[in-house]
Design a protein around this ligand. Structure first.
Ligand SMILES: [Cu+2]
Length: 142
């Protein structure tokens, strides 16, 4: 029955719109459904003018993480790491934007990215707008 189905769809849309804040949000097919996101390891990165704090990030393969980004600077900053993004499975790929290369974080804004790293390596992280100012960092996946 249509009337019975529609409210559930609207609820699903609300949950999706709410984004990574909700531990119970439906997981996309890309990631195994039995991942315990409620206990994801939280890694916080602060963006200021012009650095990532910390500027060395390390993740282990197969572990669910929530990367929490906060912009405490006075300009827009972004988390650009296209090669790193290819080495992980994202629970919320929409956070990357249309080109899947960076997460833009506006002034006083915070964004979360839930992921599991799948490929070991060393990956460059930059703010695409401020790499010239030394806003670069390094991500290691073991
Ligand atoms: Cu920047």
């Amino acid at each position: 029955m249509r009337t019975a189905v529609r409210p559930r769809l609207e609820l699903a849309a609300l949950v999706l719109a709410a984004g990574p804040c909700c531990a119970d949000a439906q997981t996309p097919e890309r990631i195994a459904p039995d991942v315990d996101w409620a206990n994801a390891e939280i890694v916080a990165v602060t963006m200021v003018n012009y650095e990532f704090v910390p500027d060395r990030l390390s993740f282990r393969r197969g572990v669910p993480y929530r990367l929490h980004l906060e912009n405490h600077g006075s300009e827009i900053h972004d988390f650009s790491a296209p090669e790193f993004f290819k080495a992980i499975e994202l629970r919320n790929p929409e956070v990357l934007g249309p080109y899947a290369t960076r997460i833009v974080v506006r002034l006083n804004e915070a964004k979360d990215m839930d992921f599991i790293a799948t490929r070991a390596g060393s990956y460059e992280l930059t703010c695409a707008d401020h790499d010239w100012a030394g806003m670069t960092a390094r991500i290691t996946v073991e």
